[in-house]
Design a protein around this ligand. Sequence first.
Ligand code: S6P
Ligand code: ZN
Length: 232
Amino acid sequence: MRLMQPFAAQLQFHSGLIEPYGEKTVRRLSDMRGMYQDIAAMEELIKQGDPLLYEVYEVDVPHEEGQLIYCTSIIYPGKVGDEYYMTKGHFHSKESTAEMYFSLQGRGYLLMQTHDGQVSALEMVPGTVAYIPPFWAHRTVNTGDEPFIFFGVYPGDAGHNYGTIEERGFAKLVVERNGKPVLVDNPRYHPHPTLPRKQERATPTLPSPASRGGNGGNNAQSPREISGYREG
Ligand code: S6P
Ligand code: ZN
């Protein structure tokens, strides 16, 4: 690994812009074909102008072991049918790598799941610092009416595996019911075929009381810091 010089970037909390950035990813609805339930609503929105769903600004750091990649994600408000705008979602290619998300603006949910069927949904509001442990796929959802902006940092050699989520989907969807976000089962979810399934449980609504003690012995959550549920 070559010796790098220390550097800093400037992050605007209100817009999510981080400068200088090395790469900007832009995802429109047409990049998300197959990921929303209401295909007719999706095709109609694409026809009407193909809305911008989210952008990611990534600082220029080598994608190699030992480095830390950092970036901001900006998910715009909106829905496709009754499903909120969301990211594609991915596992890290090197699944033993973790990630942290620091929520800056707006509100939303961080959906996570493992290959063996465990599911987690954490509410994200400004100030929430969420930890995505190794082996958890992750997707973020904007459930508010303003941009949902968060800062993320992850190992340089993590890489991104989108294919598994493209094929199998997420076990849970975040949809609007009576003006509120609710977590429901994804009827089109294809569980991993070779792994034993967790027993099905009733799907709670969001937000629900925080579940405790299921995060590997970390008891540091206060009632204000976390709202969501975890299955498995
Ligand atoms: C990268 C990290 C985020 C996402 C971004 C967009 O490991 O989790 O920067 O890349 O939020 O989501 P996605 O699923 O399209 O990469
Ligand atoms: Zn990630």
